[in-house]
Design a protein around this ligand. Structure first.
Ligand SMILES: *[C@@H]1O[C@H](CO)[C@@H](O)[C@H](O)[C@H]1NC(C)=O
Ligand SMILES: *[C@@H]1O[C@H](CO)[C@@H](O)[C@H](O)[C@H]1NC(C)=O
Ligand SMILES: *[C@@H]1O[C@H](CO)[C@@H](O)[C@H](O)[C@H]1NC(C)=O
Length: 942
């Protein structure tokens, strides 16, 4: 038998866990499909990578060139690879045992962006002709020293010694507008088609020269175009800063860009000290495509600037004859290399964004499903409190999501995606784990905004694909555009989809780079070297915020308040906007009502008595229970229940009759804790419904008006779940479920093991009743339990309820008088929020049905005869119905005896033809109609 102690947290957790697992087992195919998504995507990435490898990474253009050479002269050739057999594109992949030297280059602005000096009075003229000079600024403490160094900076006259190429070239200052180069096996400035420059103080005619460097195939002949270089003195480093800032593309007010090459601050340099600061432009933009190079690429262009000023200083100390030239740069020798672009990592970030976001719709729809079908409420009524529900649901989704990402990581690593292989697994796991926590809390949060599964899933999928695409086409470029404010990036990352993308992007970048240079990807030690720390903090903070907001919203909505209730001034309900009419109506109706309802007054006396000296025989005691719904949109408040006093004993079935809208459901809702009473209270087993609802739930069963069932769970699984919530265990549980199924006739033909979604309306109804009765709760509320049942099932159900009555107090509402009469020990007719009468069915019939109804059908010419006959029998008879020969009369019981009526009719039959006739006692239906009619008219003001 049922354990009287309420189920512990663990028991309830176990119940809901098992229910969820069964639910998921039913949905096994959609779960498999879900788990397969990461698998498909990983395979898809693998294919893309394979295609890319074959087309790009392994293509002959992207490896050192080879040739078959017949070395021994025997006609057998041997593959030999090397620079000499390669094209220019291939060359860079070859082994360089003896790397070639390249002249050092400095970076100068594009002709259109150069600062034009005062010597060109008209800016645009130099720009149009592409001959704007390049500017180097100097400053320092000693102007005369500065002037000397400035003179030494650029070589006065142009010479070119072709015999010793590098020292000849090194005398000049060579420049390019190309931003930099990853390697110096081939300087990109030389390889590219951009013009190269030779900076001179003045450009005489024919000062351009050509220059060749390198061995075939990596040999280049470039024309060096002369460009005028200006060394300008500025009085302070502040001025230099100001000018550089003005030159910066966005800093210039007149829209013209005027960039300078570099600037030197000589500080306190004198004969015995050489101190210098150098400004150079290291702003990266797009040209060097990966991060590893981003940091040091510009530095290739910096040493010539250092050499320039050092050389000038040396000449100041030692005279023009002494030189310290920077002849060439040369890389270290290197092995043959291969192109190793991991395209899967690059495009992986958006794929994995989708993979992880896809869990959101799954969680959200499942939450909204329980909300839409009001399963949450019914579980609550069966003792599953908010705390356990949210915690267990959370833990459950967390487990599912964790499993999902573990699958993703295992698939990904197993098929060899660099993204998973190179990045530290624990790091990745922590990142995903934090994110799925955020995702679950967000699903919890937004689930309160949806009431339909369809809307929720559409919105969720739009969110998933939308954030993926926005990340790819909008956010991605913002991250890579270093001129885009990092502050705004941070703001964008507050959007969860973007923070996920950012994390994955960083991981992808590390994997890509790691693969390129043969290193590992992201490790814990790289945590704060990139935006990862920022992303982690955002996710953690949002997670907590979402949890708190969810908690808050739930708290509010379950107490029925407006979410911003604290902003609103609470309007006291008692003050009606129509004070005058209120008092009048109240007085009038009170008088008329109180006269009639002696039985109701008696009941309330009984309750008063019970309140003073409680008795255990009464399972339910309602003490002046009231519910007023506050007026909305200018409507006056609606009084749904206006002071209900009622006592129901432990094995009583109390029936509540009443027209629609009478307040029955409000009453049930108060008793089941869905809404709080406005005033008054009720005691269930001595526990106050306003304070101890959670304890009441453990001994309460509810059969709601609409069946609240999980479509995919079977009848048996429903009962097992609710039985567990009722603290039934082991063999008791199975036995109770079996009995319960048998009693509602669901055991035949394997019905019990069919999903509830396939049940007919009647079967669902019976299951709902069985659920409400499982575990023999002390009190049971049933809202129209037998609607939609065929007569046989109904009878069956009634038997079940009658049996349950032995150990439970039952309150049921119904529209079927037959049911009320059959099941209920007492009945109350409830109209306009008040009990109009109360008593057992027989008593009520006697009280209200003081008459018989005589129905007689004749041809229409004999209608008058019939009337006369009735007058004879009973002078006070009233005609209540008349149509085409059929007439109905109400005959007061005290005036006639039934035998008299029979005699009168027999006599009449001899005189005229009577087609049909009948005499009926009052039915409960008549009582109901009469009471409902005589009740004071519904009036919103009273
Ligand atoms: C500035 O430098 C010149 C040499 O160019 C030197 O003669 C002079 O003393 C220096 N002035 C100061 C204030 O150090
Ligand atoms: C810089 O200083 C010199 C002399 O000290 C002065 O003639 C000149 O106007 C100053 N230039 C600026 C731009 O202040
Ligand atoms: C540095 O170079 C970038 C890229 O060409 C350019 O946009 C920027 O204006 C330059 N900055 C300065 C101070 O010249």
């Amino acid at each position: 038998m049922a354990d009287s102690a309420p189920a512990s947290f663990l028991t309830r957790a176990n119940a809901i866990l098992r229910k969820n697992l069964t639910y998921q087992k039913r949905n096994i195919w959609s779960n498999v499909r879900l788990i397969m998504i990461p698998f498909y995507l990983c395979i898809c990435l693998l294919c893309i990578q394979a295609l890319f490898d074959s087309q790009v990474n392994n293509s002959v253009d992207n490896q050192c060139g080879c040739k078959c050479i017949d070395k021994t002269g025997e006609g057998k050739c041997e593959m030999v690879c090397g620079v000499q057999y390669s094209s220019r594109d291939q060359g860079v992949f070859c082994a360089f045992p003896k790397p070639q030297p390249w002249p050092p280059l400095i970076l100068i602005p594009h002709p259109q962006a150069r600062a034009a000096d005062a010597s060109f009075t008209d800016d645009d003229s130099c720009r149009r002709k592409n001959i704007c000079p390049v500017t180097i600024l100097l400053t320092g403490n000693n102007h005369s020293l500065g002037a000397t160094l400035s003179n030494n900076l650029l070589k006065r006259s142009f010479t070119m010694d072709s015999s010793d190429l590098f020292s000849g070239v090194a005398d000049n200052l060579l420049a390019t507008t190309y931003k930099g180069s990853a390697t110096n096996y081939l300087d990109a400035g030389i390889v590219s088609d951009l013009t190269m420059y030779n900076i001179q103080p003045r450009c005489p005619p024919n000062s351009n020269f050509t220059f060749s460097v390198g061995q075939a195939p990596l040999n280049f002949t470039k024309e060096m175009r002369c460009v005028q270089g200006l060394n300008l003195w500025r009085n302070s480093s502040r001025e230099v800063n100001h000018e550089i800032f003005k030159g910066y593309q966005q800093g210039n007010s007149d829209g013209k860009i005027s960039e300078i090459v570099a600037a030197y601050d000589l500080l306190d340099t004198d004969r015995s000290n050489f101190n210098v600061n150098i400004w150079y432009n290291a702003t990266y933009k797009g040209e060097a495509e990966n991060r590893g190079n981003k940091r040091n690429i510009k530095l290739v262009r910096v040493p010539p600037l250092v050499n320039l000023v050092s050389n000038a200083y040396l000449q100041y100390l030692q005279g023009a004859g002494t030189k310290m030239l920077f002849e060439f740069v040369k890389e270290m020798p290197k092995q043959e290399t291969k192109l190793r672009l991991d395209i899967a990592s690059l495009i992986g970030s958006v794929f994995f964004t989708w993979v992880i976001l896809l869990l959101l719709p799954v969680i959200l729809t499942s939450l909204v499903y329980e909300k839409q079908h009001r399963l949450r409420v019914i579980m609550k009524m069966h003792g599953l409190g908010d705390g356990p529900y949210w915690m267990i649901t959370y833990a459950y989704f967390l487990a599912i999501s964790t499993l999902y990402i573990i699958c993703l990581m295992i698939f990904g690593s197993a098929i060899g995606l660099k993204f998973f292989r190179l990045n530290d697994l624990s790091f990745q796991f922590v990142f995903y784990f934090l994110y799925i926590n955020l995702q679950i809390s967000i699903a919890f949060l937004v689930s309160s905004a949806f009431s339909k599964v369809e809307t929720a899933s559409v919105v969720a999928y739009v969110y998933v694909f939308g954030s993926g695409l926005l990340s790819l086409y909008l956010f991605h470029y913002r991250i890579e555009d270093l001129s885009f404010s990092r502050g705004w990036i941070f703001v964008l990352e507050l959007f969860p989809g973007f923070s996920l993308y950012r994390g994955l992007y960083e991981l992808a970048q590390y994997a890509y780079e790691g693969n390129l240079i043969g290193k590992d990807g992201m490790k814990w030690k790289d945590f704060s070297d990139n935006a990862m720390d920022e992303v982690f903090y955002i996710i953690i903070v949002e997670w907590f915020v979402a949890l708190i907001a969810t908690y808050y919203i739930n708290k509010i909505s379950s107490s029925g308040k407006h979410p911003l209730f604290f902003l609103k001034k609470q309007k006291p309900f008692k003050k009606s906007p129509y004070p005058q009419s209120t008092s009048m109506h109240r007085r009038v109706s009170t008088v008329s009502v109180e006269m009639e309802k002696l039985d109701v007054i008696q009941e309330s006396e009984k309750v008063k008595q019970l309140m003073v000296e409680p008795s255990i025989s009464h399972a339910i005691v309602c003490d002046h229970l009231k519910k007023v719904y506050p007026g909305r949109d200018g409507n006056p408040p609606k009084k749904a229940v206006r002071g209900l006093s009622l006592g129901v004993t432990s094995s009583e079935c109390f029936g509540m009759l009443g027209p629609n809208g009478a307040g029955k459901t409000s009453f049930i809702n108060m008793m089941t804790g869905l809404v709080k009473p406005t005033s008054g209270t009720a005691f269930v087993q001595g526990l106050d419904i306003c304070k101890d609802m959670d304890r009441i739930y453990t001994s309460m069963g509810v059969c709601p008006q609409h069946d609240l069932l999980w479509e995919t769970l079977t009848g048996r699984e429903h009962l097992l779940f609710y039985g567990r919530l009722r603290n039934l265990k082991g063999s008791y549980l199975n036995q109770a479920v079996e009995e319960s199924l048998k009693s509602v006739n669901l055991l035949y033909g394997g019905v019990a093991d069919k999903p509830a979604g396939k049940y007919s309306g009647g079967m669902k109804r019976r299951l709902s009743v069985a659920i409400s009765l499982i575990g023999s709760p002390k009190v049971v509320y049933m809202d129209e339990p037998s609607t939609g049942l065929d007569p046989a099932s109904r009878m069956n159900l009634w038997t079940v309820i009658k049996k349950a009555k032995k150990h439970s107090a039952i309150i049921l509402t119904t529209h079927s008088m037959e049911e009320a009469e059959f099941l209920c020990d007492r009945l109350g007719i409830f109209v306009n929020g008040r009990l109009q009468c109360i008593g057992n069915p027989k008593e009520l019939k006697r009280r209200y049905g003081g008459s018989y109804v005589l129905t007689m059908t004749t041809s229409s010419e004999h209608e008058n005869d019939v009337e006369m006959l009735v007058q004879d029998v009973s002078p006070n008879a009233k005609k209540i119905y008349h149509i085409a020969g059929t007439q109905k009369f109400e005959i007061p019981k005290e005036e006639v005896r039934i035998s008299e009526v029979f005699q009168a009719v027999e006599k009449a039959k001899r005189n005229f033809k009577v087609f049909a006739w009948g005499l009926a006692d009052t039915t409960l239906e008549d009582v109901f109609i009469k009471v409902a009619k005589t009740a004071p008219a519904f009036n919103v003001f009273s």
